[in-house]
Design a protein around this ligand. Structure first.
Ligand code: R5P
Length: 294
């Protein structure tokens, strides 16, 4: 097995190669003046199982093309198998049509990755497991929630309240609760499919005086966390944290959440950011070692 850290996950890929004790192959890449991507493998993958580590956060389309180009280069250069480790898998939120005339984005992406030469895929906390059923090759979805919860335990916040910002994320809060050992619950969130606006509300949540950690898979604009923080403040939370696997943090998301009273935002290096306090490298390295030893 050889690890190919893609341009979007250089550090994570290098860490994984080091921890798994596997050879690393560099990628030379550049962007042409018109925006097109160029990649070149700088090592030998002949008869190898090549593992590409490439997240697909913004600019998503470029990251996906780079991933496809690396996979295709690996196959052209004799790799017998190509595994893609894609910590944040873009377009997984459009795993069905909501309005007539839409497409299922993740279906198209999965077909493109197959065509590029990818044989199987490992991802972390995909937004919806349902998205994986479109993939025409084996997939594995790992969860990093316990790692995030462990971060808070190490900081001394055992028994903190694990909160999901909506019912759909309750399974995330429950995974965190197992590590934190406190209570868990969720808010309500509805999205208007025409305007994209969300409406958040609460029913039956007793968190007065508690330390509350909001757990989500993704923080994008921070709007969900800002809305949740306001509700939690009104309910009398003593301290509010926000934690996610994929800190996309678009624009001034971080500042907006801090201004809303969030004490700290903690993410993973699925998406490199200054909130990426928790690394996925040991978990992925273990998974690859298990895959290698069959
Ligand atoms: C949606 O259901 C996801 O789990 C996140 O809650 C959402 O993507 C967060 O987006 P934003 O930070 O823009 O509110």
């Amino acid at each position: 097995m050889k690890i190919i850290p893609g341009p979007a996950s250089l550090e994570l890929g290098e860490k994984i190669a080091r921890l798994a004790n596997m050879e690393k192959i560099d990628v030379s890449h550049r962007t042409f003046p018109d925006g097109e991507s160029y990649i070149r493998l700088m090592g030998n993958v002949q008869d190898e199982h090549a593992v590409i580590v490439q997240t697909t956060c913004a600019p998503q389309d470029t990251r996906l093309m780079q991933l496809g180009f690396i996979a295709s280069a690996a196959k052209r250069n004799g790799a017998q198998k190509v595994t893609a480790v894609v910590p944040y898998l873009a377009y997984a939120r459009q795993d069905k049509t909501f309005l007539q005339g839409e497409n299922v984005s993740i279906e198209t992406i999965s077909a493109m990755l197959k065509t590029a030469g990818i044989d199987d895929l490992i991802t972390i906390n995909i937004h919806s497991e349902n998205a994986l059923r479109f993939f025409p090759f084996p997939t594995k979805n790992l969860s990093a929630i316990s790692l995030l919860a462990e971060y808070f335990v190490e900081k001394g916040f055992q028994k903190a309240f694990a909160l999901a910002p909506d019912k759909g994320a309750m399974y995330i809060a429950e995974q965190a609760q197992k590590i934190l050992g406190g209570d868990a619950g969720h808010l309500e969130k509805r999205r208007d499919r025409y305007t994209g606006q969300t409406i958040q509300s609460v029913s039956n949540l007793d968190i007065k005086g508690e330390v509350v950690i909001i757990f989500d898979d993704i923080i994008s604009t921070g709007g969900t966390i800002v809305g949740a923080a306001k509700i939690l403040r009104d309910l009398g939370a003593a301290k509010i944290f926000a934690s996610c696997v994929h800190p996309l943090l678009i624009g001034d998301a971080e500042k907006r959440m801090l201004d809303a009273g969030v004490a700290e935002i903690v993410g993973t290096d699925s998406v490199p950011s200054n909130t990426s306090q928790v690394t996925l490298a040991p978990m992925i390295a273990r998974e690859l070692q298990a895959l290698e030893s069959g």
